[in-house]
Design a protein around this ligand. Structure first.
Ligand code: ZN
Length: 415
């Protein structure tokens, strides 16, 4: 018996070693490398272990390679979404969402978030910048836990860069006790909840978040003037930016600041406006009226555009619908594709590792049917997903979409 066990163990070791060194050749009718201005025909990506060995058109295929032929499709770098909330659940109704926040314990919400992570990576988004994770009355860092569990291979999901709790003022956009009766949660939120007033408190909040695992810092400011001050101060990106004036966009272009327009957020909120309290309805209408002109101006002026959707304002996994919204507002399809690949990788500071299909980068490779520069909605029908050389999906997704996906809805005062 003892001998048999040893033989079995050795066999498994041999298999896993072979798996790690296996060479895979991905083939498709076209390839978009993440940075070129056009697709090329006869795309090939050679993958060894977790890295890209080579990528291009009509490459010779090593005889030892396992070939995955994806047919009439386009190979692309794994998409990146620079604005998600994977730990927040989509809900069809403002009050229902608010009730859920106090009704479900944080552990249950964390377990639900694992399904959001899976839906996101299966939709072709192999990296996300997750911008804010908070649970009223709780100090848990669920986004950090989710990121670490994905990195350790415990659960399947995208590579995550997390912001922990967005930082904002008492009574401001991020104050989780807003609108509830005083001291319902036993205490006023403080820097441990991301609520900070003045530079000393903000410094403390930032240090607390970095200490607890934040990769990026998110702050809620307000309209055009404050956005300008934040750009002058050197922020990497402005989210939403609906109310930014052309002069502010000029400043962004000069400083190289990215705009993450999150067009999906406005689209879904406007689609179900009746579910909002009157004050939020008025704000949403004003933002929607301003954002299309702002985005068109930004595209015309050549402001760097990053791809981000505010996932959780709509059901997780539908991130790619942002592409069509961008193209409908005047963006060239190839530029929209670059925003979710090379641009986002640069914004996130991980351009040396991901964002393009190039030798030496991590093998995050997806396939979309047909030619996405002809029909950009092809990005919504991703047929193949590989992350770091491992096939996550080939064929139908494992995660079933929630029942209520047909209903547009709102998030709580959107993060
Ligand atoms: Zn958000």
């Amino acid at each position: 018996m003892k001998v048999t066990r040893c033989v079995v163990a050795a066999f498994f070791l041999a298999v896993s070693a072979r798996g790690a060194n296996e060479v895979i050749a991905l083939k498709a009718a076209r390839i978009f490398d993440g940075k070129s201005n056009a697709l090329v025909q006869n795309g090939v990506v050679i993958v060894g272990g977790d890295k890209i060995v080579d990528a291009g058109s009509n490459l010779p295929i090593p005889s030892s390679a396992r070939v995955i032929d994806l047919g009439d499709a386009t190979l692309c770098p794994g998409f990146i979404d620079a604005h998600t909330h994977l730990t927040s659940d989509f809900s069809g109704d403002f009050n229902q969402r608010r009730l859920k926040e106090v009704d479900l314990n944080v552990s249950e919400q964390a377990i639900i978030a694992t399904a959001h992570a899976r839906a996101t990576v299966e939709a072709g988004f192999t990296t996300v910048r997750d911008l804010g994770s908070r649970f009223v009355g709780s100090r848990e860092f669920v986004d950090v836990a989710l990121r670490n569990s994905i990195n350790k291979g415990v659960i399947v999901g995208p590579r995550m860069l997390v912001a922990t709790k967005g930082i904002g003022a008492t009574g401001g956009h991020f104050d989780p006790t807003n609108g509830f009766r005083d001291f319902l949660f036993g205490r006023e939120p403080d820097y441990t909840d991301g609520i900070a007033d003045g530079s000393d408190e903000i410094r403390k909040a930032v240090r607390f978040e970095v200490k607890n695992g934040a990769d990026v810092i998110k702050a809620a400011v307000s309209g055009d003037q404050v956005a300008r001050e934040a750009i002058e101060a050197g922020v990497d990106s402005i989210e939403h930016g609906s109310f930014m004036k052309p002069e502010t966009l000029t400043l962004m272009k000069k400083k190289g600041t990215f705009l993450t327009p999150t067009l999906m957020a406005t689209e879904w909120i406007m689609g179900k406006l009746d579910n909002y309290p009157p004050a939020l309805q008025a704000k949403a209408k004003a933002a929607a009226a301003a954002r299309s002109d702002m985005f068109r101006n930004a595209v015309k002026m050549g402001v760097r555009i990053s791809f981000g959707t505010d996932a959780a304002v709509y059901p997780h996994g539908q991130n790619a619908k942002e592409f069509k919204l961008m193209v409908d507002l005047g963006m060239n399809p190839i530029d929209a594709l670059k925003s979710a690949t090379a641009n986002d990788a640069e914004l996130l500071g991980i351009g040396q590792k991901v964002g393009t299909l190039e030798k030496g980068k991590l093998a995050d490779v997806i396939a979309v049917p047909g030619d996405p520069t002809v029909d950009v909605t092809a990005t919504e029908r991703v047929s193949f997903v590989m992350k770091e050389g491992k096939v996550i999906r080939q064929g139908p997704p494992a995660v079933q979409k929630p029942q209520n996906t047909a209903l547009p809805h709102l998030t709580a005062p959107a993060d």
